[in-house]
Design a protein around this ligand. Sequence first.
Ligand code: PEP
Ligand code: MG
Length: 754
Amino acid sequence: MLEVLRQIVQEVNSASTLEEALGIIVSRVRVAMGTEVCSVYLREEDGSRFVFSATEGLNQDQVGIASLAPGEGLVGTVAEREEPLNLENAENHPNFRFFPDLGEEHFNAFLGVPIIHQRDVLGVLVVQQAEHRRFDEGEEAFLVTMSAQLAAVIAHARVTGAVDSDEVAAGAPTKISGVPGAPGIAIGTAVVISPIADLYAVPQKFVDDRRGELKAFRGALGRVREDIRGVADNLGGELSPEDHALFDVYLGILDDSSIGREVVSLIKEGHWAQGALSKVMIEHIRHFERMEHSYLKERAVDVKDLGTRVLAYLQASDKEEQVFPEQTVLVGEELTASSLGEIPRDRLAGLISVRGSGNSHVAILARAMGVPTVMGAVDLPYTKLQGRNLVIDGYNGTVHLNPPPEVLSRFEAIVDSDRELSRDLESLRDQPCVTEDGHRMPLWVNTGLMADVSRSLEHGAEGVGLYRTEVPFLLRERFPSEEEQRQIYRSQLEAFAPRPVTMRTLDIGGDKALPYFPIEEDNPFLGWRGIRVTLDHPEIFLSQVRAMLKANAGLGNLRIMLPMISSVSELDEALELIHRSHREILQEGVETPLPRIGVMVEVPSAVYQARALARRVDFLSVGSNDLTQYLLAVDRNNARVADLYHSLHPAVLGALQQVAEAARAEGKKVGICGELAGDPEGAVLLLAMGYDMLSMNATSLPKVKRALRNVSLVEARALLEEVMQHEYPGAIHARLERFLAEHGMENFIHNPVA
Ligand code: PEP
Ligand code: MG
């Protein structure tokens, strides 16, 4: 059964339209289960009805016509109850409804299962049979398994189909849900960025210069042929005649009479060479994958390999400078920090990443840069969006293709009011962050990119609470030398002097892999990360600390902070290395003070040992992004569980309180540098908990300042006491929204437009 399931899912996956996918489902499931009827009913976009969408065995003429409301008939009942219905005789069920045109009258046995994707009932899958019998347990389990697997495929095909159809080009609105990445609305043109030599990630686009594309394709093909002949010649004597024949097969595949011809004909229709190649190759790969015979099935690997080689040559010869439209929305399967560097900042309007979530590091950078971003748009057929106009709602995590004029104008109105709000907030630049009852709260910034410096100073930052040193490491092709690092750190320290700059030692691992130091793990967030890596590689740690200490000579505004500390011994070791570096540098004749040293509290064990940690250092700083992920066991990078990632979860708030109390008990300062500090709702609670400093991305700073200036410490404490009685994160969030609205900040709240 497993093999049958796998095959059906694979076939459905390779369908290019929703209709085709449904057609494959009904015919294959009917055969696999040996039933007389298999049909799919799909829910309409507005959720009001379930439409008879595909069938084998019932009346085809009714496809797209017959429909039922939720709760109506047996299909509506399955959808409403969200559970299978298995009946020996359908007619006897009280909810049975007879549709004369469907041709159901001969069928007695009925088994219907809901098709559910991310808690959403997309439709109902039904099998029917004339014989009076109950489908057995095995059959029911098979259909349930089938439906669970098909749900994601159908959801994806639905969106892809909508994007593909001519209807959309003519203006049919399509909304795709993801996860909020960075707040704001962007209205712009999609530019798809694709990884090198990945046939499945090539954007589809049309070009005028067909002759040029043909030439490029033939050139790339020629290079691959030469390569293959070269390999065959080199191996000459070692190859058996059969092996030699394999190379001939390879060359044959690329022949003008075979795949090559298909690519050429697509190019002649106007496809660019890379798109034509990927289309044709993917079709052939799927064709081979579907074959029964295992030898032929494996040929899919050869075809893929060939296609990838040709694509690599095409990409290498594609010297044409990428042109970015004025309002570029960068779209990619997995955007990374370095992909942000590919485009001039003044052209970058927004970002969409198919993978990742709101606390992925690329989203954090986007927030720092003030670029509206949607993450985890898993159903987005991103390769088909090249050149499309779209709207990104970074507040709610949605992408809108062809929004109707009234929706577009509502988005435009938000853009205007955001602009007005930020002008209004600019006036706060030189105002201190003081509550109505005179409590002063220092607001610091998180930095990483050089561009953050000017933004931070413009927004009135009083210091840097977190300089993510891994960012300059991410943007290079090898580890920077000690001297290169010294220069980078020096410019940070100088830019903010005399304000303090807190430099965190290298925090790689998790979702931050250096291209030149890959870490492959099954559970990267629970693996070799942060201090664990640098303690295992003292040479990396020492050269970084030495560079920081030297950069601090004559300035004295450096603070050093250690990430991912999960036990006291790690801290002891790291402190020992820092002190050793300092002694050595003094011996080398460089006058530099020993900086203040702090620990990040971002692992639950550090919360419980906060006093022991605080005793050993000058300050604590809570990394609430990781602390939330580890307390709630929710991968911050996984869109599927993004709904469970609540920074305002009562357990997280309890831990934050506990850390503040521990630091106070040891007479040490405590700050926070996770994204919660930059959320006006979180900031009010952190003020009440007694945090000494909030560090956030520069974009959030003016909003947080406005929020804290509009409240009193007394009110904030009362609010904290009240919300700590709540048991649900949603209730806390709702209470905080109300609090902001009551304090003149209703324009900080953004509900979905459409
Ligand atoms: C955190 O975890 O809260 C933090 C500030 O560090 P990062 O987001 O870089 O992991
Ligand atoms: Mg962290």
